[in-house]
Design a protein around this ligand. Structure first.
Ligand code: NAD
Length: 479
């Protein structure tokens, strides 16, 4: 509904807190207000945590397969509404419609995948040092999980936190980003149409420093699962420290892509271009910096530049054939522009692009290639989060790996090579949570997505991701 004010979803009820101010939500393609959310007071967090706590005991007592069946109902509601969901994501976040549809469908698939784990959660049985005793390690739910979300894959990230948390027997309170609440409101409406018991899933709108902080520091929350920036991750960790609350942090990245002299340059240039254009470069695991062997640098940069130049941008709801939409907001566009300008001031060269598009009200940024980048430049060290590829050269693989590892982030990395030895060396020596060989993102739901260094603590997806939402209860039985 146009310009709708969305309601929180707490204990199975939709409501706007009395007297709450309104936070406007923009369409970044047009810089126009499309909806609003309540600037919820922190009292709403108390209500949501109380509801989640009350619901958790009986939720955990269900057989896992019963919880899985309720999760599958949510997946089915999503699958029946993917077009509407995709349009909402596209409108408020600027993602092209094709990718928004992938996000909606993948979300349903992800929930079904997590539901499959109902019959696969395993504990351990260990022989004791005492006669007539057996030691059991049970995987138990933690209790109430708080999920605090960013805006770049806003719909999927609800499921990435909700599905494993609920399958295990936890209940959850989700706080979506202020930038992208429309799809989250849709998620809660679809979930409310299922048989999910009230209080198991709650969703609270509001600002990070109020609602987000209140969740992270709440004594009733057993785990905070956060995806977002390093700065906020650090604030959440500090807030969680008050109650020794477990944190799971999926933070920023500065993914290096290494292109060796024997690489398929066409493949490398295409994959790296796709990775920077997808979601307008606003993906935590897209190639943020390139190291190319000096011997093939000119040929590679020429191919990459041609592909970036050919990438078209525009309002994804007006033209479904564009390759990318806008950046999320004006601040993001100004930040990306400032980083490009600083790189140029420090001696790098803009080969193509370099500026925000001035012909519309939206926050579009030209696909940009920067040559002559050096390791000490800000553009090679800080997350850009825009369609800008800085390229530096190297003379041998050891040097490339050292430069790739010389970074405060450690989320993902990639290497393009036809040499198995080089690929194996990179996979041994790159200090990142993930390495892609001859391709870029995305990660698989059965893998494990986890950052090293400032890119995070813990991880998501697959068996290891699901076990993040458990605590181990050891029971000694002497008979
Ligand atoms: P952000 O940190 O600004 O905000 C994320 C969420 O945190 C929002 O809901 C916000 O309201 C909330 N928040 C803000 N301040 C808070 C506080 N003091 N306490 C509690 N909550 C607070 O991040 P963003 O701009 O929405 O997202 C972009 C970032 O997310 C990028 O750095 C990107 O790399 C990262 N990201 C990482 C992954 C991953 O899997 N590692 C995935 C997607 C995005």
């Amino acid at each position: 509904m146009l310009n709708e004010l969305h309601s929180n979803y707490v204990d199975g009820h939709f409501a706007v807190p009395k007297g709450a101010a309104r936070i406007d939500v923009l369409n970044p393609s047009r810089n126009a207000v499309i909806s609003g959310i309540p600037d919820s007071p922190v009292a709403v967090v108390d209500e949501a945590v109380a509801a989640a706590t009350a619901a958790q005991k009986s939720w955990a007592r269900l057989a896992p397969i019963e919880r899985a069946s309720l999760l599958r109902q949510v997946a089915a509601r999503i699958r029946a509404n993917t077009d509407e969901i995709a349009r909402a994501i596209s409108e408020e976040q600027g993602k092209i419609l094709g990718l928004a549809k992938v996000e909606a469908n993948f979300t349903a698939d992800y929930i079904d995948y997590m539901a499959e784990w109902a019959r696969r959660i395993e504990g351990e049985i260990i022989p004791s040092d005492r006669r007539n005793e057996t030691i059991f390690l049970h995987r138990q739910p933690i209790g109430v999980v708080a999920g605090i979300l960013p805006w770049n894959f806003p719909f999927f990230l609800i499921a990435r936190k909700m599905a494993p948390a609920l399958l295990i027997g936890n209940t959850i309170v989700i706080k979506p980003s202020e930038e992208t609440p429309n799809n989250a409101a849709m998620f809660s409406r679809l979930l409310a149409e299922t048989d999910m018991p009230r209080g198991v899933f709650n969703l609270v709108f509001g600002r990070g420093p109020s609602v987000g902080q209140a969740l992270a520091s709440h004594p009733g929350v057993g785990m905070v699962s956060f995806t977002g920036s390093v700065t906020t991750g650090s604030a959440i960790m500090a807030a969680a420290a008050r109650n020794i609350t477990k944190v799971n942090l999926e933070l920023g990245g500065k993914a290096p892509a290494i292109v060796t002299a024997d690489a398929d340059l066409e493949l490398a240039a295409g994959a790296i271009k796709d990775s920077r254009i997808i979601n307008s470069g606003q993906v935590c695991n897209c190639a943020e910096r390139v190291y190319v062997d000096r011997k093939v640098a000119d040929a590679f940069i020429a191919k990459l530049t041609a592909k970036m130049k050919a990438s078209r941008f525009g309002d994804p709801l007006k033209d479904e054939t564009v390759d990318m939409g806008p950046l999320i907001n004006a601040a993001a566009s100004q930040k990306v522009k400032a980083m490009v300008d600083k790189a140029v001031a420090d001696g790098a060269e803009v080969v193509t692009g370099g500026t925000p598009n001035s012909e519309s009200d939206g926050f579009f940024f030209e696909p940009t290639v920067i040559a002559g980048a050096r390791q000490d430049m800000e553009i090679m060290r800080k997350e850009i989060f825009g369609p800008v590829v800085p390229v530096a050269v190297f003379d041998d693989l050891d040097q490339a790996i050292d430069m790739a590892n010389d970074c405060e982030y450690g989320l993902t990395s990639s290497i393009y090579t036809r040499d198995l030895g080089a690929a194996m060396k990179a996979s041994r020596e790159l200090k990142f949570g993930e390495t892609y060989v001859n391709r870029e993102n995305f990660e698989a739901m059965q893998g494990f997505h986890a950052g090293q260094r400032k890119s995070g603590i813990g991880g998501a997806d697959g068996k290891h991701g699901i076990y993040e939402y458990t605590t181990t209860h050891t029971v000694y039985i002497e008979t």
